[in-house]
Design a protein around this ligand. Structure first.
Ligand SMILES: [Zn+2]
Length: 64
């Protein structure tokens, strides 16, 4: 074991955004981010990650 802590991202230089389950906006942003990363558009991918944490989540009603 090493003294390193936290996850290691070998192929992803940016922290993985955490989409909210059931939020369409999150799902779309994750999709766009993946697409940007495929094309090495890191600035745009980073913007998607920021947007992910910066919008009002619209979760479809699972409440009773
Ligand atoms: Zn969301």
């Amino acid at each position: 074991m090493t003294g390193m802590s936290g996850p290691v991202h070998l192929s992803d230089p940016f922290p993985e955004p955490k989409p909210v389950e059931g939020c369409d906006v999150c799902a779309e942003l994750v999709r766009q981010r993946t697409e940007h990363l495929k094309h090495w558009r890191y600035a745009l991918a980073a913007m998607c990650a920021v947007e992910l944490g910066d919008h009002v989540h619209k979760v479809k009603g699972t409440s009773s």
